[in-house]
Design a protein around this ligand. Structure first.
Ligand SMILES: [Zn+2]
Length: 414
């Protein structure tokens, strides 16, 4: 017979749960914590003193209570002292941020990435350099408790190896290990798929707080997805689930980088939009000059330019957006029929695409999504915008701290 959880297990669980409330919800009174966690006042007091002693939270008198009697102390995260490093590797940018407990981005660095093969040395070196710069600016009493990266590709859960990332030019790259070595903090670097992490970010801090069933669609060169059902991210057997970009919407359609034809990504991705809108595409890998010239004609700015042109009455741009919006709507209709989400969120360049083609998306949904699934569905754009992937990476880095706050702190400060 297995023994039940020990007192120590329960305490550890409660410490993590309390810290999670403070981390995600911000300053909260002991009285509210007592009500939310269903624990008695003395237990809450013991837990907050443990976390205060560890330097993870601090307790303060509220500014104003408006009520008679002794006010309940407010528990706040030690945002400026306890932090993680979050990284984002996208087709067009490298970003790094120092994120405090409580979720505030305290510092950040970003640089454009040239499309092409994945240069592990250069990428890991640049990101580690950003982290060193940010670290030099911190006070002596700060402590880094974790690090994580969002990458545009499929990541093996156990060791942070990027198994496939065609839009990054990456195939079987031990990215987490290399970045961890270069950071030299003695901390492992967790790695996750960017769209998955952005979905978690919108769920915990963005447009979908308290939404338990949602689909986040992320567009850059390709289309990625993050599916949260019943409050849990759908990872699949190996963690590669949610690759909605390769759902076929048009069997006779455009060839896709995956070898198939008419995938959502092939019909809706950046290249499809720019071509449908009559923009010239320069073929890739033609030397530095072509890359520089192409920079203005591809990427987010080029997508924005199409949406702006359509707004100003450019017929070709309008037709291109309509065409792409139709395929996007068909993809969303399929997802809505299968997963019955409460919300679908458009992020990355799909934010612009959706805003420019909402009528086509809705019209396809009206035709192809089943009534009951459609009725209460909300379509939204990402609230965290281009920070979604970084915020998601930070949450991944904080996950082990929330699971066992004191153990992590003892390890990183020991
Ligand atoms: Zn495909």
């Amino acid at each position: 017979m297995r023994a039940g959880p020990s007192q120590e297990d329960i305490r550890r669980h409660n410490l993590g749960a309390l810290l999670r409330h403070v981390h995600l919800g911000g300053p909260i009174s002991r009285a509210e914590l007592t009500a939310k966690m269903g624990l008695n006042r003395s237990t809450i007091m013991a837990l907050t003193s443990d976390l205060t002693a560890a330097g993870l939270v601090r307790e303060e008198l509220p500014r104003e209570t408006g009520r008679a009697g002794r006010p309940s102390l407010v528990v706040r995260p030690e945002s400026s002292k306890v932090y993680v490093f979050a990284f984002d590797v996208g087709p067009d940018r490298l970003a790094a941020a120092r994120v405090g407990l409580g979720g505030a981005i305290l510092d950040r660095r970003e640089t454009a990435r040239r499309r092409g093969p994945f240069d592990l040395d250069e990428l890991a070196g640049t990101l580690a350099g950003f982290a060193r710069q940010m670290r030099r600016k911190t006070r002596a009493d700060t402590v880094c408790v974790g690090a994580a990266a969002a990458v545009s590709g499929g990541v093996r859960k156990d060791d942070g190896v990027i198994m496939f990332g065609p839009n990054l030019g990456a195939e079987v790259v031990p990215f987490g290990e290399e970045l961890g070595r270069r950071l030299g903090l003695g901390l492992p670097v967790s790695v996750g798929n960017d769209a998955n992490l952005a979905a978690l970010a919108e769920h915990s801090r963005g447009v979908a707080v308290a939404v338990r069933d949602l689909i986040y669609l992320h567009g850059d060169v390709g289309i990625g997805g993050g599916i949260i059902t019943g409050g849990h991210l759908l990872g699949g057997h190996d963690g590669y689930g949610g690759e909605v970009g390769h759902m076929v919407v048009n069997p006779d359609g455009r060839p896709c980088g995956c070898g198939s034809r008419g995938c959502l990504e092939a019909e809706v991705g950046e290249r499809a939009l720019l071509e449908a809108a009559g923009r010239t595409i320069l073929p890739g890998r033609e030397g530095a000059r072509a890359v520089e010239e192409a920079a203005g004609r591809q990427g987010r700015d080029a997508v924005r330019a199409v949406v702006d042109a359509a707004d100003r009455g450019d017929i070709v741009a309008q037709e291109g957006l309509k065409r792409v919006g139709g395929w996007l709507g068909l993809g969303v209709a399929n997802l809505v029929n299968i997963f019955n989400p409460e919300m679908v969120i458009f992020g990355g360049m799909l934010r612009e695409v959706y805003l420019g083609s909402a009528a086509q998306v809705r019209s396809r949904l009206a035709t192809h999504a089943m009534g009951p699934q459609r009725e209460r569905l909300r379509l939204r754009t990402s609230a965290l915008a281009d920070d979604a992937t970084l915020v998601g990476a930070a949450e991944l880095a904080f996950a082990h701290v929330l699971a066992d706050p004191l153990e992590v702190l003892a390890r990183v400060t020991g």
